[in-house]
Design a protein around this ligand. Structure first.
Ligand code: NAD
Length: 519
């Protein structure tokens, strides 16, 4: 592999080296603590979605490039595993301080490549930082258990050890936070990592890897390879990779789970979502309208915990729709560096696909109450724009309801009461997040017991659990049984060993072929 640049401890700028096609800077892989062009002949575009222009190229790893990263991680593993807990913790504390101090740089990268507005980018980083702080608390989560004298003179204890080289594959919509859900815990627990971020906005992952190096992480412990299915498949099939953490759409999550488990790996594969917000007639409708707008249009609806369907009980539906559309008229859409509320979508193709649902809505008999194509834009004409859009009276048969649109399109489905609302949510193949808005504690309590969804908000629209709980949905929103971060995250990145120990005691000698029993 062609090594183009040693990571400079003081320079966490992006890994940009030789220009590729058209003279654009190229984003390289990060292997063994250095920027690496690799031998992959392929590359892909990285846009600035607010300007609609290709601003960089990203290298696509070949199978050999992925192998180089895995081998670097495998070489680094024995030493990192044997590094004391105190020293591993010190790296995580140093990383936490650096990330906190320099989050502005990272936010600018997120806005430039993803398009989300700067304040939202700062929020994404803050939620990622939480998990770094959790990683600093690793010793308390991974210390073993000890039972003295389980049988006469015999003690049993268990310990948790790292699994080895772990793979992480992340989506475009949280280019910093989703990698931060995983690699801090994996590294703090003594694993080494190969991260394959989304090829649509890959620079954040490189920036984070360089910052880890600056925090004192030895080379090879955190490697980043860019690319598409070729790179992903190479990770899924590599015999040295012990586990896969994936976040992305449901069809790919299913594929990742099937392929990686068939290759003998432990897998957590988080998929897509269609999150419902049920508004009961006794809810505070102003609070509910604020929540629906914030959770529907934040990050242009490109969040796996976005509210995309409001289930409005008939008796309050008209009033709620009016309150939501009044709030939407106050939102500004445009370039994320200009203080707007909402930015562009990730690519032109995705924007066009989302816009296509507005025609489907009309054909399927829904009412487009607010049409985002008419929204004035504070940004370049060529940006990938669609303003906040509200569609009322969406039918459950329409693809506007069934598909994860992943854009600023909020659908209203009218229901006759609690039970119908609950039935709709439970019939959905997705089960990531949901919320109920009500002032009736009994209804809320029933809802939390009866709903088949992994994360529930009660008068809270985006119930992303704090770092010391765990994140993950049910049904087609999570394949595998391991949620992300929290105690489940530490479990996923460690394997338990149980030791049964007796120190020599002559009174226990003698032959006995029976199954061991306690005395
Ligand atoms: P995606 O599934 O297209 O891509 C995710 C990752 O998989 C990327 O790294 C991509 O390069 C790779 N990939 C894409 N196609 C592949 C293929 N055919 N074979 C192998 N790898 C492939 O998802 P996305 O568009 O980047 O992200 C948006 C999706 O992620 C939405 O569905 C959203 O709900 C979901 N998401 C879920 C969560 C969650 O916690 N459940 C969080 C964030 C995003």
């Amino acid at each position: 592999n062609d090594r183009t640049d040693r990571g400079d401890a003081q320079d966490a700028s992006l890994a940009e080296t030789q220009p590729l096609d058209g003279g654009l800077a190229s984003i390289e892989h990060w292997i063994d603590g250095a920027s690496v062009a690799g031998d992959g002949a392929r590359s892909g575009p990285v846009y600035n979605p607010a300007r609609g222009v290709e601003q960089k190229r990203v290298r696509f790893a070949s199978t050999d490039d992925v192998d180089a990263a895995v081998q670097a991680a495998a070489r680094a593993f024995p030493k990192w595993r044997d590094t004391s807990i105190a020293k591993r913790q010190q790296v995580m504390f140093a990383f936490r301080e650096l990330l906190n101090a320099r989050s502005g740089e990272l936010a600018a990268i997120l806005t430039s490549e993803h398009g989300k507005v700067l304040s939202d980018a700062a929020g994404e980083i803050a939620r990622g930082l939480e998990v770094v702080e959790l990683a600093c608390a690793m010793p308390g989560y991974t210390k073993g258990e000890y039972s003295e004298n389980v049988s006469t003179g015999i003690d049993v204890y268990s310990m948790r050890q790292p699994v080895g080289v772990v793979g992480i594959i992340s989506p475009f919509n949280f280019p910093a936070m989703v990698p931060l859900w995983f690699f801090p815990l994996a590294i703090a627990t003594g694993n080494t990592v190969v991260l394959k971020p989304s090829e649509k906005d890959p620079s954040a992952a490189i920036w984070l890897a360089r910052l880890m190096q600056e925090a004192g992480l030895p080379d090879g412990v955190l490697n980043v390879v860019h690319g598409d299915k070729v790179a992903v498949d190479a990770l899924l099939e590599h015999p040295v990779v012990r586990s896969i953490s994936f976040v992305g759409s449901t069809p790919i999550a299913k594929y990742i789970y099937a392929t990686a488990t068939a290759n003998g790996k432990r897998v957590q594969a988080l998929g897509g979502a269609k999150n419902h917000m049920l508004v009961l007639p006794d809810a505070d409708l102003d609070l509910a309208a604020d929540a629906a707008v914030n959770a529907g249009f934040g990050s242009a609806g490109e969040r796996c915990m976005a509210v995309s369907v409001v289930l409005a009980v008939d008796s309050v539906a008209d009033e709620l729709v009016e309150k939501i559309s009044e709030r939407m008229s106050r939102l500004t859409t445009g370039d994320g560096t200009r203080g707007c509320d909402m930015g562009p979508l990730i690519t032109r193709e995705h924007r066009d696909k989302v816009v296509g649902y507005l025609d489907v809505a009309k054909t399927d008999g829904a009412t487009v109450v607010v049409d985002g194509r008419e929204t004035p834009i504070d940004g370049d004409d060529d940006g990938f724009w669609l303003g906040p859009t509200l569609v009322d009276k969406v039918s459950l048969e329409s693809s506007v309801y069934r598909d994860e649109i992943f854009g600023p399109v909020l659908g209203i489905v009218r229901v006759d009461g609690y039970q119908e609302g609950l039935d709709v949510i439970n019939a959905s193949p997705y089960g990531n997040g949901t919320a109920i808005f009500t002032n009736d504690g009994g209804a809320a309590r029933r809802f939390q017991r009866e709903v088949t969804v992994g994360m529930i908000g009660i008068n809270v629209p985006i119930p992303v659990p704090v770092a010391y709980h765990s994140f993950g949905g049910w049904k087609d929103s999570l394949f595998g049984d391991a949620k992300a971060y929290g105690a489940r995250g530490f479990d996923f990145y460690t394997q338990e060993k149980a030791v049964t120990s007796r120190w020599l005691d002559p009174s226990h000698g003698g032959l006995n072929l029976g199954f061991p029993q306690h005395d």
